[in-house]
Design a protein. Sequence first.
Length: 132
Amino acid sequence: ANGSSWTDISGYATSVDPGDMVRNDGEVFVFSSDKGEVTTGKLAIREISIDVLYTEGASDVFDTIRDAIEANTTYYVRWSPQGGSVGELRFTSDAGKWISINDPMAEADSADAAILSAVFKTPFVTKSTIAS
């Protein structure tokens, strides 16, 4: 949670949607040209959606994220699309905030696992290659 120690949730996470890397843009048209001008500004905030398996326990993912939202705690998130071996890519967020997680729903006639969706916002995500 502090950018140097990490909690592995790979046994609970079912998907990571990192959203798009977007640079804010604008446009303007002038009378003397039939083409517009494009301007660019700052990078937009990244919104990362993570689906996790619902389990109950004081240190389980659901409680960790829910507690972080309640306490407005700063977190970091990182993931490795290919599994996290040396030489593969890793994506690491800047400090950000968990902004939402749904509470679990239940269906009396279903044996399906409960999957929760959490959303994390961060100013930037860094791409790197795992060295060790």
